[in-house]
Design a binder for this molecule. Structure first.
Ligand SMILES: Cc1ncc(COP(=O)(O)O)c(C=O)c1O
Length: 399
């Protein structure tokens, strides 16, 4: 018998692998932290019918591995949807289905980023994207925004400064519609100016449009992709917000030379065919009525949140009025530390995410994202009142 050597995985890990938690947030009574849809508005019956029909027709195909780019008929329907809703004219071959748009975002970041490269974002940005950018060693630089979107002069000045320093800038990532976490929608003028500036400096725009269908007020604004005819806009979308995150289905649209490289970073063998078949069938008849229903419910919840903020925060804070999406961005006076109070607030039953979590440079402790998508309207209203009580108890409000 040989004696086994002492063993540890520590010396075996690849260089620079971060340790990532597998835990989920604790469930709290009033949860404004998570970006989930309302479980009561999920189209479960229609999805069950869609699955039954899809399996009757094509279930035997589950015996095979799916197409590497994802179920072709679903890609055709995505192409039709993009043409109809976003004036994006691409073929199914320009689209790859992904496990949520999170996978698509990761693919593009990995295909385009060497450690030290600059990736530009809005002033505050979706946490999942920020994490992936950092994971692959990007220098993430935030561009100042106002309530109309990215400020083009700031973008121009930042690009001049960075390029003057010899930095390599790879793309500008934007969530132009119902921005996460800021809630605004970038105006058409701003989109055009931002596109002009990026084109002047020779960098592409990476447009993340995952909230665009959740509009319950106002008019749609043209996509960056539709404003560009030079192939310099990369685009991702998702079914998470209009069907359910649990379906794990998103997609990426990119020119062939980008896609060929991005595919190297995709999990092999396409996407979950079971989900793809279901969504294909659901899309044919049920998607748009479902979106309408969901948006009516979201509008009521947004109104409940705004009314309760008015009643309980008065002029001690400011906030925006989003025309869609899931987020209200709360601004407390400088010096109020919502970052320090976040855990305490969770433990007292109200969840929110403070601004520093979304900030490339770690600023924003007096800011918070409040998501109104998951709780019922009554719970939204009660929860905001409870948040005000917690902040008052801990000296952050009133007094
Ligand atoms: C802006 C943005 N992009 C992408 C995603 C990823 O969503 P999924 O991977 O579920 O499509 C999210 C999730 O909240 C998001 O807010």
């Amino acid at each position: 018998m040989t004696t086994p050597q002492p063993f540890s995985y520590q010396s075996l890990f690849a260089k620079n692998v971060p340790v990532t938690s597998r835990s989920q947030n604790p469930r709290v009574k009033y949860d404004f932290a998570v970006a989930y849809p309302d479980p009561d508005t999920l189209p479960l019956d229609a999805l069950a019918d869609a699955l039954r029909q899809a399996l009757d027709r094509e279930g035997r195909d589950l015996a095979y591995y799916p197409h590497p780019a994802g179920h072709p008929p679903l890609r055709s329907l995505v192409a039709e949807k993009l043409a109809r809703d976003r004036a994006i004219n691409v073929t199914p071959d320009d689209i790859v289905l992904t496990s949520g748009s999170g996978e698509a975002i990761g693919m593009l970041i990995q295909a385009m980023t060497d450690p030290g490269d600059v990736l530009l974002t809005e002033e505050f940005v979706y946490l999942g994207t920020l994490r992936q950018m950092r994971r692959y060693g990007a220098d993430v630089v935030a561009i100042k925004c106002d309530d109309q979107g990215i400020v083009p002069e700031e973008l121009e000045a930042t690009l001049k400064r960075l390029l003057g320093q010899g930095k390599k800038v790879k793309f500008l990532y934007t969530i132009p519609t119902f921005q996460n976490p800021l809630g605004w929608t970038m105006t058409l003028d701003r989109r055009k100016r931002v596109l002009e500036v990026t084109q002047e400096f020779g960098i592409p725009v990476f447009e993340d449009d995952c909230y665009v269908d959740l509009r319950f007020e106002g008019e749609d604004v043209a996509s960056f992709h539709s404003l560009d005819d030079t192939g310099r806009v990369l685009y991702v979308g998702s079914f998470s917000k209009i069907i359910a995150p649990g379906m794990r289905m998103g997609y990426v649209v990119a020119p062939p030379e980008v896609m060929e490289r991005a595919m190297s970073f995709k999990a092999p063998s396409g996407v979950n065919q079971f989900a793809a078949l279901t969504i294909e069938e659901f899309l044919k008849n049920d998607l748009y009525p479902h979106i309408d229903e969901q948006n009516q419910s979201l509008r009521v919840k947004r109104d409940a949140m705004l009314a309760s903020l008015g009643e309980n925060f008065g002029d001690a804070a400011t906030w925006n009025k989003p025309e869609g999406g899931l987020y209200v961005w709360l601004r407390m006076p400088e010096g109020v530390d919502l970052a320090a109070l976040q855990e305490q607030s969770f433990s007292e039953g109200v969840g929110y995410y403070n601004g520093t979590m979304f900030s490339p440079d770690g600023s924003g402790a007096n800011l918070a994202r409040l998501c109104f998508g998951h709780p019922s309207a009554q719970t939204v209203s009660d929860g905001i009142a409870e948040l005000a009580k917690i902040l008052t108890r801990h000296g952050a409000l009133g007094g």
